[in-house]
Write a protein that binds this ligand. Structure first.
Ligand SMILES: Cc1ncc(COP(=O)(O)O)c(C=O)c1O
Length: 429
């Protein structure tokens, strides 16, 4: 295994050869050197990082943007007359414009900085949701949700005596479109769907789902936590009402994420949290709220995180999302073929439209043991329910082992994974 990985240069060349045209547009070796952590050893082996759906590694440009901000640019924003505050404000607002362009939103005031996808969903549930959903109403989600797109709606439904409905999926992990549409009825007041499933990799036909809901005047939130790193997202083309994602899954920092909302939706919504920055004026009798987007950004925001996020999005755009998608698709096909050839291994999630997630179970070996033995070989995968317990129940399994891909992964790393699994089978034989 080591020989497959020690020569990075030959590694990237053979990845190109194995994936053909998909990788020729990208210099994977150069990309790998952008990520300092990829040069480290784990248990004496070169790190093979295949836990990207949990969080991605950070390129030097992101690390530099954050440390430069703290070293030379740190000041609180929006309220200062001094130069540092003005510069920090400019950088923060420039980052908002970067996100606007990244998502193709109409206006930067539609971009709300939050802590992550989870907070974005909670914000919508607690504002739009509490305002519009009442007793007997329904919120429709899918069977493939991350807990972050289940629990906020469940909490809302409990509070309002509303009903959470679940659109079913096939054994391949594809949403059953007819059943989804049949669940939309006059009680449905909101739809929340994942763009890409974190546990299966399924890419949902979001534009078509939004269209089905909009035909009945039902607004739609899209959980894009797993989509933004892997595919171009155009919120206007999708026509979704809300879109959320987390910085740390797209090569950016933790603790920062984005809620996109259509302006007319955000304007009609009450604030989420009260505090500094979200106000126009305050008296003890009454507070007038600030305009968008500040109405939803109470308190000192994560300035360094937002600046780091803009650097991450710039990095991704520099490579090009189309090239990333094509390359990762090649890796996914390569990995799918290699894993499928292992006797006793079953892939969970075999949708036709799929992003770089290889979830699997093995006869007689618990996913936790798979993860532990692979870790000894320097290979980081995730094992467990992936914050999708109802999905595990749907497949009647307690957990899966999940290798998830990023642009810096190579076919040699997938070879190492396969080699590691073969070795694991010997250990457990
Ligand atoms: C599909 C999906 N939605 C939401 C989340 C929550 O993201 P965060 O924990 O960054 O808020 C995740 C994280 O794994 C995810 O994969």
């Amino acid at each position: 295994m080591t020989t497959l990985l020690t020569s990075e240069t030959s590694g990237s060349h053979s990845t190109s050869a194995k994936l053909g045209i998909a990788s020729r547009n990208l210099n994977i070796q150069k990309i790998r050197t952008d990520f300092p952590i990829l040069s480290r050893q784990v248990h004496g082996r070169p790190l093979v990082y295949l836990d990207n759906a949990a969080t991605t590694q950070k390129p030097q440009v992101v690390i530099d943007a954050i440390s430069h901000y703290y070293a030379y640019g740190n000041a609180n924003i929006h309220r200062g007359v001094h130069l540092l505050s003005q510069e920090a404000t400019d950088a923060y607002e420039a980052a908002r414009e970067s996100v606007q362009h990244f998502l193709n939103a109409e206006s930067s005031s539609e971009i709300i900085f939050v802590r992550g996808a989870t907070e974005g969903i909670n914000l919508v549930a607690q504002t739009y949701g509490r305002q519009h959903i009442g007793a007997g109403d329904e919120v429709l989600i899918t069977a493939m949700e991350h807990h972050s797109n289940i629990v906020p709606w469940q909490m809302l439904c409990e509070e309002k005596s509303a009903r959470l409905r679940i659109a079913p999926i096939s054994d391949a992990g594809e949403l059953l479109l007819d059943e989804f549409e049949a669940l939309l009825n006059s009680n449905t007041k909101f739809v929340a769907i994942p763009h890409i499933s974190n546990a299966l990799g399924t890419i949902n036909p979001v534009a078509a789902l939004v269209e089905m809901a909009h035909r009945r005047n039902i607004p739609v939130l899209v959980d894009g936590a797993q989509a933004v790193p892997h595919t171009t997202v155009d919120v206007r083309a999708l026509d979704c009402d809300f879109y959320v994602f987390s910085g740390h899954k797209v090569y950016g920092p933790t603790g920062v994420g984005v809620l996109y909302g259509k302006k007319q939706m955000l304007e009609a919504m009450p604030p989420y949290q009260g505090g500094g920055d979200m106000i126009r004026s305050v008296t003890f009798e009454k507070t007038l709220y600030n305009q968008l987007p500040y109405k939803f950004e109470a308190g000192t925001p994560n300035m360094a995180g937002v600046i780091g996020l803009a650097a991450a999005l710039g990095y991704v755009q520099g490579i090009g999302l189309d090239a990333i998608s094509a390359y990762e698709h090649g890796l996914l096909e390569y990995g799918t073929k290699a894993l499928s050839a292992i006797r006793g291994l079953r892939l969970i999630g075999t949708a036709k439209e799929k992003a770089g997630v290889l979830s699997f179970v093995m006869e007689d070996i618990h996913p936790h043991d798979i993860g532990t033995v692979l870790d000894q070989q320097g290979i980081a995968i995730r094992t467990g329910h992936h914050c999708a317990q109802p999905l595990m129940q749907r497949f009647d399994i307690p957990a899966t082992a999940r290798a998830s891909l990023a642009v810096y992964n190579t076919t040699e790393e997938l070879d190492a994974l396969v080699f590691g699994i073969q070795k694991l089978k010997e250990v457990f034989a």
